[in-house]
Write a protein that binds this ligand. Sequence first.
Ligand code: NAI
Ligand code: 15L
Length: 268
Amino acid sequence: MTTKVHHRILLTGAAGGLGTALRERLKADCNILRLSDRAEVGAAGAGEEVVVADLADASAVSSMVEGVDAVVHLGGISTEQPFELILQANIVGAYNLYEAARKHGVKRIVFASSNHVTGYYRQSEVIDAAAPVRPDGYYGLSKAFGENLSRFYFDRYGIETACIRIGSSFPEPRDRRMLATWLSYDDLHRLITGCLTTPVLGHTIIFGMSDNAVTWWDNRLARHVGYRPQDSSDVYRDAVYARTPQPDLQDPAVQFQGGVFVTKGPFE
Ligand code: NAI
Ligand code: 15L
């Protein structure tokens, strides 16, 4: 058996789509996988622990984090929503997580950021991690907060974080936009493993996409993570074109990288 870099890893958002997809895969990266969510994740299996916690509850988050070596933080609101919902889960929740990590000596975190941090770049632009953020809503703003929060905790306390700006991680690309943004579950796991195991991570922003021919994102500033995607949206291209209409180039959802997220709100 190979030696695992981390003994116990905490996976937040374990009841969600990506949490469910990663539950088995992440067992290769640790001896004990602690699963947490405010929703039901089911009984703990072999090599698993379950801790129910709302990210907005600082005391519950502290207990959730105590005793873990690394965190894969997926928990939170994952779509554009009214600010109050985003505030509690994604902003207060991220603060609670990093405070708990500081108090309990956690040294490395993988943070599920999002392409919506830069959703207002155009689909005709290619950006890297040094490009200024251009969030496309409250959700994207909350992920930008998480990126800055984690940079502060690295600069001040040395907690290393990889902010993965995940594109669209689903079993298959659903539309033409996702031919550029798609990230397979296996590639997501490869990317997280790279972030968890690279000897020196620092504070790193990396775009989470598979090896898609059409891309808006350049990961040259994160080569030290050692991520080599093995899947590609290209195999779905003909099928996606056949079942989706010709795009309207006047539609903001077609102009901007954030897609339909740029059309959500206001919420009054
Ligand atoms: P999801 O919505 O399926 O899962 C999120 C989980 O977080 C849910 O199980 C939910 O119960 C939990 N959660 C929400 N608020 C919480 C709170 N206050 N306390 C505790 N748990 C809470 O989302 P999905 O697709 O699994 O995404 C996981 C993460 O990756 C999210 O942070 C999302 O923003 C991010 N992401 C996902 C992308 C994708 O394509 N699936 C793309 C970009 C980012
Ligand atoms: C996200 O950040 C969302 O969590 C996910 O549900 C998708 O909508 C994805 O972005 C996307 O941009 O396709």
